[in-house]
Design a binder for this molecule. Structure first.
Ligand SMILES: Nc1nc2c(c(=O)[nH]1)N[C@H]1C(S)=C(S)[C@@H](COP(=O)(O)OP(=O)(O)OC[C@H]3O[C@@H](n4cnc5c(=O)[nH]c(N)nc54)[C@H](O)[C@@H]3O)O[C@H]1N2
Ligand SMILES: Nc1nc2c(c(=O)[nH]1)N[C@H]1C(S)=C(S)[C@@H](COP(=O)(O)OP(=O)(O)OC[C@H]3O[C@@H](n4cnc5c(=O)[nH]c(N)nc54)[C@H](O)[C@@H]3O)O[C@H]1N2
Ligand code: SF4
Ligand SMILES: [Mo]
Length: 774
């Protein structure tokens, strides 16, 4: 393996997203979260970006029924009557401040900075320059982006699209901040144009969850409500998720659960601070007192060991049931609502405990202790996020989680169910609206009937396949509705080259990022309104809607004046492009002028949206139907909830190698890097760090603080990410962790999950070498 060529990847200053750094300092993982530090952090960011008046005005509208939805994560809200005046967390505050900044990137900025200069800047610098303020155009061969009028920009885009030999030579990417209204219009535009090439960030995120849940339960969404956590669950298993950083207000809900006696198990290779003592900033008890210990048990599963862990739990339950029939399983539920039980049970009976122990990195005793917690709980929720979804066997792992829940009837009743916790604030809604490269025919039929055109039926390209198609020269136009395609995706060098191969790249965005400087022959930057801003159209001020991770749909109204007179809403940009391409055939301008018309179409096309306008105007909005939860109806291929057989597997790690997982710091939102600290993991002043187990450091003859290169080992050759500080950390043996997107250069484009095609960014096989660049 060592003979394979090493590609010189990740060596340009811009390949990472963070600014050049001095010595990062490490002080080890923290054992508690939030408290006074969280408040100081939020205040610091807000004041620096927005100033005092704007800060107060903005932050007090976050997550309120008459305010705007927090643009950061997809965590849900308490009932309107239980909301506090400050209904946001530190990371929500950072996201809002980052968007509502007073800094501007306008024509004079681009005149000063040629593309060649911008390309040498890191992602943090690019975004920190402020909000994009006017449409910009990069002509073929030009050295600078130059101003362009909206009309010219849209005409140019329409002309290029019309000139394509085939509609499938265009790709329409979406990131998960887009509202329901914009997402619905966007998929309509792509399909009216004639393609299902609608890749989205979800392809890299919860695609594996959607695939596993749709196959086994008939719907690709989570099945819990906010109250299921706070009021009903007896046991909450949080696996492969870091709520303290990524869904911080979930800690408030977990605290409520704890205070009424629920138990919490955290299965995670890292001892994340969010599972320790929680100091709720909204209560005196939390700020001054000892706080609330959240996790009762930390299960240090090895990276990618979760399939074996859940198979082990299921094996333990079956063993007990076999020893004392009727003692353990919910036989009524299984007989009435499920199929496939006998085959799955036979497979669990045949499992070998020593194999489970090896693959999971956990002892049989630890797994049996967890099973004992399960037996004491009438209702169990399993929450998960990227720690489960971004592995080769991710879909099988999540199917095994479903098996686990089915065994004791933990679906379709209060306090129980699967809970994939979504990432971007409206990523779930975007899917509901039809942003997916393979929407089912029933949806396309309704779209046809509503708008009187024949949508294309052939499945489109997802994210990874879009990169391959661009690389192979079969895509000419790339349009991005938000996101940072070049940095978020795998194999950074390949992806950047793929984008450069396009004839035209068009980006609807709020901030400048790396993707905008990895442009096609010609490029457009179209600046849009953010969540925080007022959206005024011909019929008056508009609101948009979003869907959170608990399937609650609610309204969002910005409060600030738009950051520049040239900004347009995402809805307006898409509708104007639709009108430029097709005239008023589908009523593009009418929809732009009055978003209620879009909602009326959604009502006709998307199930669960009856009386949309009226219901979404109620405080708190409404919950979408989820048949398995609502009535134990399972719209699967057999009409039953499906047990599946998932033989335990884990990534094989040859001697001298490690498995690397890539995670988010407390100071970033995906590719948006706010700063260089990761308070909860004790890191200050740097992001190029790799967390390594003490014994692995010793075996590799490395010391804490050594500068190392990370080299990934792939069937098509190695890839190198240079210059990371080794940090001794309590990870399981053989397991390493580092931040994304700095490590995306290491992920081979072909390394994807079975069925979901999600990049396997949480299990990268690496070697570690002392850095050459010392
Ligand atoms: N502040 C902040 N909030 C965010 C985001 C952000 O970047 N910053 N991003 C948003 C988005 S889009 C998403 S998808 C979510 C992501 O939310 P998370 O999925 O919680 O975020 P990650 O940092 O990817 O970390 C996953 C967790 O899984 C653990 N893990 C890694 N590998 C494994 C494994 O093999 N098994 C198990 N059991 N655990 C593992 C890591 O230690 C980490 O605690 O957060 C959303 N919210
Ligand atoms: N190695 C590794 N790679 C990963 C992951 C991982 O865990 N490890 N996680 C994956 C996951 S879960 C996800 S979701 C993807 C994220 O992939 P993306 O969604 O593509 O990336 P983001 O960083 O969220 O996008 C940030 C950009 O969005 C733009 N933006 C912000 N707000 C708005 C808005 O309101 N409107 C518009 N139009 N633009 C806006 C800004 O220009 C900003 O620069 O990354 C994936 N990549
Ligand atoms: S938990 Fe998520 S949605 Fe809620 S305020 Fe924090 S970042 Fe925003
Ligand atoms: Mo995500």
């Amino acid at each position: 393996m060592a003979e394979q060529p090493t590609r010189p990847t990740g060596t340009s200053p811009a390949a990472g997203n963070a600014p050049p750094e001095s010595e990062p300092m490490s002080s080890g993982p923290k054992k508690s979260s939030v408290g006074i530090h969280g408040i100081i952090e939020s205040a610091h960011y807000s004041l620096e970006e927005m100033g005092p008046r704007r800060s107060l005005q903005t932050l007090l509208s976050v997550n309120h029924v008459d305010g705007f939805d927090c643009p950061s994560c997809a965590w849900g809200d308490p009932d309107p009557e239980h909301r506090k005046s400050a209904e946001f967390c530190e990371n929500g505050a950072k996201a809002v401040a980052w968007e509502a900044t007073r800094k501007r990137v306008d024509a004079s900025f681009f005149a000063q900075h040629p593309i060649s200069d911008l390309r040498e800047r890191d992602g943090h610098w690019l975004e920190a320059q402020g909000r994009l303020a006017q449409p910009m155009h990069l002509a073929p061969g030009a050295t600078h982006y130059a101003p362009i009028s909206w009309d010219d920009a849209l005409t140019l885009t329409a002309e290029r699209l019309r000139g394509l030999a085939d509609p499938d030579r265009a790709v329409f990417y979406t990131s998960g901040r887009t509202s329901n209204e914009a997402a619905f219009l966007y998929q309509l535009l792509a399909r009216r144009f004639g393609t299902n090439n609608l890749p989205d960030c979800s392809n890299m995120c919860h695609e594996s969850s959607g695939a596993a849940l749709a196959e086994t339960l008939g719907i690709g969404k989570g099945l819990i409500t906010y109250a299921d956590i706070t009021d009903h669950a007896d046991l909450i298993i949080i696996v492969g998720q870091n709520p303290g950083t990524c869904h911080p207000r979930m800690l408030t809900a977990l605290e409520q659960a704890k205070r009424r006696g629920a138990r919490i198990i955290a299965a995670n290779p890292l001892p994340e601070a969010g599972f320790g003592r929680f100091h709720n900033p909204q209560t005196g008890r939390g700020l001054a007192g000892p706080g609330t210990q959240l996790a009762d048990r930390h299960v240090p599963v090895r990276i990618n060991g979760d399939l074996a862990y859940f198979a082990g739990l299921n094996r333990a339950l079956i063993e007990r049931e076999d020893a004392r029939p009727g003692s353990t399983l919910d036989r009524d539920f299984i007989d009435r609502y499920c199929d496939g039980f006998e085959a799955a049970a036979a497979a669990w009976r045949a499992l070998d405990w020593s194999e489970i122990e090896t693959l999971s990195g956990l002892s049989r005793g630890t797994i049996e202790d967890c099973a004992a917690d399960v037996l004491r709980a009438d209702s169990v929720i399993v929450c998960w996020a990227m720690g489960l979804t971004q592995h080769r066997n991710a879909v099988a792992t999540i199917r095994e989680v479903v098996n686990f829940l089915l065994l004791r009837g933990n679906i379709g009743r209060p306090g129980a169910g699967p809970a994939p916790i979504r990432g971007h604030s409206n990523v779930q809604g975007d899917r509901t609206m039809g942003v997916w490269e393979k929407m089912p025919d029933a949806f396309l039929d309704r779209l046809r009937d509503e708008f009187d055109f024949e949508p294309p039926r052939a499945h489109g390209l997802d994210t990874v396949d879009s990169i391959k198609a661009m690389r192979d020269g079969t895509i000419d136009v790339f349009i991005g509705l938000g996101g940072n395609f070049a940095s978020a995706t795998p194999d950074t060098d390949v992806t950047e080259a793929a984008l450069r191969g396009c004839a035209l790249t068009v980006h609807v965005a709020t901030k400048l990022n790396r993707t905008h400087v990895c442009h096609g022959t010609e490029a457009l930057l179209l600046p849009c309104l953010g969540r925080t801003e007022r959206d005024r159209q011909a019929t008056g001020e508009q609101f948009v809607t979003v869907e959170d991770t608990m399937a609650m749909v609610h309204a969002s109204r910005g409060r600030l004046l738009p950051g520049s007179p040239h900004l347009r809403s995402e809805v307006a940009i898409i509708a104007d492009l639709g009108h430029t391409l097709f005239g008023e055939d589908l009523g593009w301008h009418a929809m732009r002028d009055d978003y209620a018309l879009i909602r009326r179409h959604i009502e006709h096309v998307v199930p669960g949206f009856h009386a949309f306008e009226q219901r979404v105007r109620q405080p708190g909005g409404f919950m979408l139907p989820r048949p398995p939860r609502d009535s134990r109806t399972f719209p699967t291929s057999t009409g039953k909830a499906r047990f599946t057989v998932n033989p335990p597997t884990a990534h094989e790690v040859p001697p001298g190698h490690l498995l690397l997982t890539t995670v988010r710091s407390h100071d970033q939102f995906n590719t948006t890097v706010y700063g260089l600290d990761d308070r909860y993991r004790g890191i200050k002043g740097g992001r190029r760090v790799v967390f390594l187990n003490r014994d692995d450091l010793r075996d590799l003859h490395l010391g804490d603080g050594d500068l190392v290169d990370l080299i990934s080992v792939n069937p098509d050759g190695e890839r190198r990410a240079p210059g990371f500080r080794a940090v001794r950390y309590p990870t399981p043996r053989g397991c390493a962790a580092a931040y994304f997107p700095e490590t995306n250069v290491l992920v081979a484009l072909d390394a994807t999950a079975e069925t979901s095609n999600t990049p396997t960014t949480k299990s990268i096989l690496i070697r570690v070498e002392l850095s050459r660049a010392r």
